[in-house]
Ligand binder design. Structure first.
Ligand code: ZN
Length: 126
């Protein structure tokens, strides 16, 4: 998850934006993945549904997060997706400066955000 992390001195106290692993709660500052799910069994005309974005270190954290997400968003109804952190950040930086309404090459679709039934940070993914 992208979060602000408070930091004290020097040169001054500040809040630092960073990617925090949703499995171990440590900063992801190397190989990592962004993970989310998209609902697959919706009716015609029904808006797309997806989950919030989650982040994890590659390896054990990624596997633990994947298992937790599959309990929240069952396979057959939801498709888990992932993207490497570096690629995600490049796209995010581009989209922060380029409005979707100005993109004449395609159409952006309404999407409903489905929060998980449990709070990941109150559980330890296993
Ligand atoms: Zn981790």
């Amino acid at each position: 998850m992208i979060e602000y992390v408070p930091r004290s001195g020097p040169p001054e106290a500040m809040h630092c934006p960073t990617v925090v692993c949703d499995a171990c709660r440590q900063q992801v500052n190397g190989p990592g993945n962004l993970v989310w799910a998209r609902r697959t069994n919706r009716q015609d005309g029904e808006p797309m549904q997806q989950t919030p974005l989650f982040a994890a270190h590659k390896g054990a954290c990624d596997r633990a997060l994947d298992a937790w997400l599959k309990r929240q968003y069952p396979e057959g109804e939801w498709l888990l997706l992932w993207e490497e952190l570096a690629g995600f950040l490049q796209q995010l930086s581009h989209n922060a400066e380029h409005a979707f309404v100005d993109d004449r090459r395609g159409e952006y679709h309404k999407t409903i955000l489905k929060m998980p039934g449990a709070d990941l940070h109150n559980e330890t993914p296993t």
